[in-house]
Design a protein around this ligand. Structure first.
Ligand code: VGL
Ligand code: ZN
Length: 209
């Protein structure tokens, strides 16, 4: 697949807390970094996302007296999984992994900063109505295709891909440049959803300039 100037690579949440040793570590999360470094030079445009929660965020189990991480709660906008405290604004865990080197990135899109709404998708928060502004940005920049890489495959990458497609972008997930929090539970369901939505999955080796 040949990269054009109307393509953008969106690198999702390569932050310390999502990598081994972090508060919400994705198994082998740091392994995507080399893959991303290999493909990024093919792209003329790169955007980063950063999960960016205030302390006491509504998605943190610690914000509730009687809840544990990975339980579900019912919030005003529907079911929400509770997580260990992670990616707290200004913390070490919220910083990009120190090995990540993409100084050419043109935008760092922060999400999840509203105290009472979580945001898996880089386009819409979990209430499915509050936009992050990314759609408008990409549209105004004239991009037609969105390529996604990063963490976590089953959350932020998954929901960002579905929303990118819904927003009208051709959407391609670089499968080997992603890792999941819980792949067993989710991989076949996500792949069916991608197929249904028209999101394409490829491996990074299929890219060329
Ligand atoms: C994410 C869980 C909680 C993600 C963010 O970026 O995939 N997952 N916050
Ligand atoms: Zn989060």
């Amino acid at each position: 697949m040949q990269i054009t100037p109307q393509d953008v690579l969106i690198v999702v949440d390569i932050q310390n807390d999502f990598c081994p040793g972090g508060a919400l570590a994705v198994p082998e999360g740091d392994r995507v970094i080399d893959v991303i470094h290999r493909v990024a030079p093919l792209f003329q445009h790169v955007v980063l996302t950063q999960d960016w929660h205030p302390e006491g965020h509504t998605s943190f189990a610690s914000s509730y007296a009687t809840r544990e991480p990975f339980e579900q709660v019912e919030l005003s906008y529907g079911q929400q999984t509770l997580w260990p405290d992670h990616c707290v604004q200004g913390s070490k865990g919220a910083e990009f992994h120190p090995a990540l080197r993409l100084p050419q990135a043109e935008l760092i899109l922060r999400k999840g900063f509203r105290p009472h709404v979580d945001s898996y998708s880089a386009f819409f928060e979990n209430d499915h109505t509050t936009p992050t502004g990314l759609d408008g940005y990409l549209r105004e920049r004239g991009f037609k295709r969105v390529f996604l890489a990063g963490l976590a495959y089953d959350y932020c990458v998954h929901y960002s891909a579905i929303d990118a497609r819904r927003a009208g972008f051709e959407t391609i997930v670089l499968r080997d440049a992603c890792r999941a929090i819980d792949l067993k539970a989710s991989e076949s369901r996500i792949q069916a959803e991608f197929a249904q939505a028209g999101v394409v999955e490829i491996t990074s080796a299929q890219l060329s300039r």
